[in-house]
Design a protein around this ligand. Structure first.
Ligand code: ASP
Length: 457
């Protein structure tokens, strides 16, 4: 049965099994410090499999973003159009993020979360310094592109790639061969993504079993009000607000979008990282939804870095919750400040696990809430990070589809084909056509005539 199941089905089964097994390990007390299970299963086998899987995704992020974006800029071919797509995307990202926080604040106030609660802060929150927002902007131009790539500084990489792309366009015709080669490299990297996706069921299973075995759900009950409103806001924003915006502005089928997003969101949920999910998001929107690479190669990495609807929702909900606990009244001005600061904070939040919480201190400082308050929600944040990351990548893909559709850069036949891009499974064989080309290249090209020429001197 497992063999005949589609990849999405396998990933979903892996997710469910992982969660169940992890919770079982947690509640049966098997995972106590120093036990066999703790040493060799959760911190041994599962930790290694999970790490290998996340590493294999991260490994592809920088080469994929760099090469696909250079190809994307060359594909657009018109610098003004590039500017228009960039501006439009940025605008929609910011507006939808503001809507997300407004939802969170609205629901938080409506349910009065945290009012009358009296909990001691056990885990004192030592705020790691949130990077000054100005740095985010001044680092867009890397002084050293290689170190930007080594550090995975997404905005710097985007800048560098766009600049190369524009310069290639300026060189014009003589650069045709270069563009073709880059497009080939891009295809090769996307094949690498395919290979790694086939390992996903095992990776997802390992990551989720370990996470649930370690975290359990106990802490969630003690903060039920906060958790429930946060999850409700995430769901409302993604399934209602975003899907209305999606439908009205693109006319595309919501059901198809949600079905094709499932895998991507499970990846995001398991890794808690928008950045690590970039290869999967990019592959899904291009190969499964028919978005042209010239749009997606820019909007997806850009969104993974600056567009965080889920993170912003967490920040809005947390602000209301902590303010209520400390009995601090927030007025309209403070709410507007929270909206503005959370939008900015989500721009400054890198798409890696847990950063949203660090950026929360920036929001708190601005509205005068005690930073130690963050300690109260620290314990549940790891699990909620998984959920909000799924919403973060959902927003990136939705806006990408909206922009692509509005610019006529979407292949509707691919979008409407439920199987598009899902049958691309690596079975260890080169398909017949490429095998022929492959051997032709090697026997006639390199090993054949040219090789003989070389031998003949
Ligand atoms: N983990 C989130 C992401 O990668 C960021 C955060 O909210 O911590 O999108």
């Amino acid at each position: 049965m497992w063999k005949n199941m589609g990849l999405t089905g396998k990933i979903i089964v892996a997710m469910v099994l992982g969660i169940i097994l992890g919770l079982f390990i947690n509640y049966s007390g098997l995972n106590t410090e120093g036990s066999f299970v703790n040493n060799y299963v959760t911190n041994g086998f599962l930790a290694i499999v999970g790490k290998l899987f996340v590493n294999s995704l991260k490994m592809l992020v920088v080469p994929l973003v760099l090469i696909s974006l250079i190809c994307g800029v060359c594909g657009i071919g018109d610098i003004r159009l590039l500017g228009r797509i960039g501006t439009k995307t940025f605008f929609i990202y910011m507006v939808t993020t503001a809507l997300a926080i407004a939802t969170a604040i609205g629901l938080g106030v409506l349910f009065g979360i945290g009012k009358g609660m009296n909990i001691e802060t056990e885990a004192a929150f030592e705020s790691e310094k949130a990077p000054p927002l100005l740095d985010v902007f001044s680092n867009i131009i890397p002084s050293n592109p290689i170190s930007a790539m080594a550090n995975g500084d997404m905005l710097s990489i985007i800048f560098f790639a766009v600049l190369i792309g524009i310069s290639i366009l300026m060189v014009g015709k003589p650069a045709k061969g270069l563009v073709q080669s880059l497009e080939l490299i891009n295809e090769v990297i996307l094949k690498m993504v395919t290979i790694i996706m086939n390992l996903a069921p095992y990776g997802v299973f390992a990551l989720l079993t370990k996470a649930m075995a370690e975290l359990g759900l106990d802490l969630i009950w003690s903060l039920l009000g906060y958790v429930a409103v946060l999850i409700g806001s995430l769901a409302f924003h993604f399934f209602v607000t975003m899907m209305i915006v999606f439908k009205l502005s693109s006319g595309l089928s919501v059901r198809t979008f949600l079905a094709k997003m499932r895998e991507v969101q499970i990846f995001a949920f398991s890794t808690s990282s928008s950045n690590a999910t970039i290869p999967i998001t990019l592959r899904t929107v291009t190969k499964r939804m028919g978005v042209n690479n010239s749009v997606a190669s820019f909007t997806i990495p850009f969104g993974a870095t600056i567009n965080m609807d889920g993170t912003a929702i967490m920040q809005g909900t947390a602000t209301i919750f902590i303010a209520n606990i400390y009995g601090i009244d927030l007025g309209v001005t403070e709410y507007l400040t929270v909206i503005l600061m959370s939008v900015l904070a989500s721009v400054g939040t890198a798409g890696v696990p847990g950063v949203g919480l660090i950026m929360l201190s920036m929001v708190f400082a601005q509205v005068g809430l005690p930073i130690e308050g963050i300690g109260l929600i620290l314990g549940v944040d790891r699990i909620l990070d998984m959920l909000r990351t799924a919403v973060n990548v959902g927003g990136d893909a939705a806006v990408t589809a909206i922009v692509a559709k509005s610019e006529g850069k979407m292949d509707l036949a691919i979008y409407n084909d439920p199987d598009a891009g899902s049958k691309d499974v690596f079975d260890g064989h080169i398909d017949e056509n490429s095998e022929r080309e492959f051997s032709e290249v090697f026997s006639d090209g390199i090993m054949g005539s040219e090789y003989d020429d070389v031998k003949r001197g």
